[in-house]
Design a binder for this molecule. Sequence first.
Ligand code: IMP
Ligand code: MG
Length: 180
Amino acid sequence: MSKPIAPEIDHVLFTEEEVNRRIREVAAEISERYRGRDLKLIAVLKGSVFFLTALAREIEIPIKIDFLAISSFSNKRGAPGIVRIAKDLDEGIEGEDVLLVEDIVDTGFTARYLLQTLSGRGPNSLGICTLLDRTPRRIVQVPVEFRCFEIPDRFVVGCGLDYKQLYRNLGYVAVLHPSS
Ligand code: IMP
Ligand code: MG
């Protein structure tokens, strides 16, 4: 039986089934690409944790995971703040193949900052894997190795993405009612 859609939701962009199917496909690509190497997935707290765990469970090669937290994003969408590491990784990444797992790459500021910071720590390789890619709002160019979905210029919630810290636990990606 499928779960009811939350009343605050205007429309669903990607259903739980579509999200899970794409995650399986991308996990298969990643397993193929990194077989025989030392892959580490790094998730940015909190939004990317949902995607990281879903992805990790579908990847068929041994992996490590680590987390970092940044402070930057105010609730108002738009103007990118200054990005800063609020919680660093537990371990170094020297010589490892690192995939930065993101919930969404929007303006690109966060991703660029993290790529610059992590590349200084001597990984063997460093790439981005994002659940959502909103290219129409990109301001700085960042290379995105793996993406599940491209999305239009609408604010979305679910699958880890929040509005005022809510809706992260929705299994689908959705646009809120304009009044929310
Ligand atoms: P960027 O630095 O502009 O690429 O922004 C990335 C961060 O902004 C993401 O990791 C999210 O935390 C947040 N963000 C951007 N767009 C959305 C959205 O549509 N819903 C929820 N959070 C968003
Ligand atoms: Mg985020």
